[in-house]
Design a protein around this ligand. Sequence first.
Ligand SMILES: *Cc1c(COP(=O)(O)O)cnc(C)c1O
Length: 377
Amino acid sequence: MKKDNYIWLSPPDMDGKELSYIEEAFTTNWLTTSGNNINAFETEMQTFLNTKKEVVMLNSGTSAIHLALIQLGVKEGDEVLCQSLTFVGSVNPILYQKANPIFIDSEPETYNLCPKLLEEAIIDRLHKGKQPKAIIVVHLYGVPAKMDHIITISKKYNIPIIEDAAEALGATYKKQHCGTLTDFGIFSFNGNKIITTTSGGALICNNKKLKAQAVKLATQSKENEQFYQHKQIGYNYRISNVLAGIGRGQLKSLNAKLLALKANHLFYKQLFASSVNIELVSKYNPNIQPNYWLNYIRVRKESKRTNFEILKHLEARGIQARPIWKPMHLQPLFKNNKFYGNHVAEDLYQNGLCLPSGSNLTLSDKKRIKEALHLFL
Ligand SMILES: *Cc1c(COP(=O)(O)O)cnc(C)c1O
C-alpha cells in the first residue's frame, strides 16, 4: 500500500493483518501496557527466533538497551565498549547511566565491531586500571558481526555482551538468530525497521527472573503489593497493547518481507556487478546471513562523483538515499570519549550511501532506480 510516487528508503510495510489485532484490543478494552497482544507478541517472537530465551516487549529499542545496561549493573563512571559505526540510539543509554562509552572501529568485511581492536582496547583499559562493564556490538544494516571471535574475547575477559540487533531481525550467524547469541539482545520496531509497531522494541534475556526484573523496571518499579510501593528507580518503558497488536500482524508477514529484502539485494547486486566506480557491499563469509535491511554502496576513490552527489541526483528524481550513520567518535557529543581504531568506519561514512530497500519496493520502483543510477555505472 503505497501512498505516493516517492521511493522511500525503508518505509513501513503494512498488509492489513495488523488491524484485526488492534480491533481485538479495542473490543476487549485492553488499551494500556498489559493485555493479550503483548503476551502473544512475546511468545510469537520467541517462536520466530527459535529460542528458549525470554522476550520483553518495550516502547523502543533504545529503552531495551537502557534496561540491559541496568541489568548488567552499569553505573556512573563505568566504561562500556561500543561499536563506533552505529545510530546514536545504541549509545545514548550509556549516557543515561552516566557511564562512559569507549568507541571501537569496524572491520572491513561486515563493517561491525573489529574483534582485534576490541581486544586491544580491553587490554589497554585494564592497563589503565579500568575493567569495562559491557560490550555493545551492533549488527549494522542487518549484517551479523563476527560473533565467534567477539564472544571468545567476551569470555576471556569476562565482559558481557549486549547485541544491538535493532536492524537485524531475521539475520542469522551460523544459523542462529542475531539478538539471541549473547547475554542480552535488543530489537527495534521503529517505523523504518523491517517490521514496525510504529514505535517499539524488544529485550531478549536469558531467563524468567531477568524478564520479571525487566518488566518491573519498565513499569515504574512498582513492588508487588496492594498499595503503591517503590524501592528503586523505575521507567515507563512497556509497549502498549494496541501497538503490540500491530507487531503481531507484522510478524505474520516477516518471512515474506525477508524474501523481498533478499530480492532487493539481488537486484542491486546485478545493477552494480560490472561497475568500476561503485561497489555494493555484499561479500560475507558463509557464517553470516544478513537480512538485507538496507543495501549500501561504497563509491570508490577513482569515481568522479561523490556519494553526496549521487544522493542529490536521486533526491531530484523522487528517490530517497541516505548517508551512512556518522561514526560516534566523530560526533560533537562524544568529542571527549576515547576511540580505538583507524579509518574503517570513517572511510565508509565518507564514501558510502544507503539505497531504497523496503520490503514493498516494486518492480517499477526498481526500474526508476536503475534508470536514475545509470549515469554513475
Ligand atoms: C533504530 C535503532 C536503534 C534504536 O531503536 P528505537 O526503537 O528507535 O529506539 C538502536 N540501534 C540501532 C542500530 C538502530 O538502528
